[in-house]
Design a protein around this ligand. Structure first.
Ligand code: AMP
Length: 279
């Protein structure tokens, strides 16, 4: 049995479950009080708080786990990242109250800093050679300046709109985070899991594009559709001077690829999602 610690609730829970399901490791049967679940084959999920995943994995209660890189780094346990899962993207930032007069990191001298991440915060300011005092809080650090508990906070943001709403100014990034698959060490027994999840993560950012294009513009089409190894080109029965091109292309900005193909005379453009991509 391979036990995988997954977040039981919160921001990362749904996306972690969805990723496992897409990889063919969806929850089959819930176990005792829904704390465990079979994921099929030799895989079993263990649902714990995102904040506890690193501890469970480091202590050997689970063979691997999924949680935010911020939480792994804060835990300071000896763990390796097997895979960046590319969801739960956020940044740990230093922010000050707009009325505090603290306009940059240079203005922070002996200030009190409220944070859920005391270890990362201490290390960050130590690396800058700046003495600060840390006020550890268990959540909602963004209200600390309003309560007079601290002048500065170190907190997670994704868009930055929560900071703005709370009258906070972003000063610096301490850490960039995404959800990761972690384990105490690399193990051959986890290879199939890594491959399954990796193939889904790779497929998500890509699309499979097919189009019929005039043979005369093939070279220019190739420049538009680099694909993994350049596009696949096939003849069309009764296609006259048209050929079919197929390619795996980045999902981002695909509208530009489509516009460029149309400008080259492409017809019958078809774009599909990719369930799995194994290079
Ligand atoms: P939870 O507190 O259970 O909702 O999970 C928090 C985790 O979600 C954090 O430790 C991050 O890894 C991740 N996360 C992603 N985006 C954000 C965000 N905008 N604010 C806070 N946490 C985020």
């Amino acid at each position: 049995m391979l036990r995988i610690a997954l977040p039981n609730k919160g921001r990362l829970a749904d996306e972690a479950r969805a990723l496992f399901a897409e990889a063919g490791l969806g929850v089959r049967a819930l176990g005792d009080r829904a704390l465990t679940a079979s994921l099929g084959g030799e895989f079993q999920a263990l649902f714990v708080r995102a904040q506890d995943v690193a501890e469970f994995v480091a202590d050997g209660a689970a063979d691997a786990g999924v949680t935010g890189w911020d939480l792994v780094a804060e835990s300071d346990r000896a763990l390796v990242t097997l895979l960046d899962l590319e969801f739960g993207r956020c940044r740990l930032v230093v922010a000050s109250h707009e009325d505090s007069g603290i306009m940059s990191l240079d203005d922070i001298v002996d200030h009190r800093i409220a944070t859920v991440f005391p270890r990362l915060t201490r290390n960050y300011f130590a690396s800058l050679g700046r003495p600060v005092s840390i006020v550890p809080v268990s959540g909602a650090a963004e209200v600390a300046p309003h309560l007079g508990i601290a002048d500065v906070i170190v907190d997670l943001v994704s868009t930055g709109s929560t900071l703005k709403t709370n009258g906070l100014r972003e000063l610096a990034t301490v850490l960039e985070s995404t959800a990761r698959l972690i384990a105490p060490a690399r193990r051959a027994a986890l290879d199939d899991l890594v491959t399954a999840l990796d193939s889904v993560v790779r497929g998500r950012g890509k699309r499979y594009l097919m189009a019929n294009v005039p043979r005369t513009v093939l070279e220019r089409v190739t420049a538009v559709l680099p694909g993994l190894n350049g596009p696949t080109v096939t003849n069309i029965l009764n296609g006259h001077d048209m050929v079919a091109v197929h390619a795996v292309v980045p999902a981002d900005g695909i509208y530009r690829t489509i516009a460029a193909l149309k400008a080259l005379g492409a017809e019958g453009i078809l774009v599909t999602r990719i369930e799995r991509l194994l290079p």
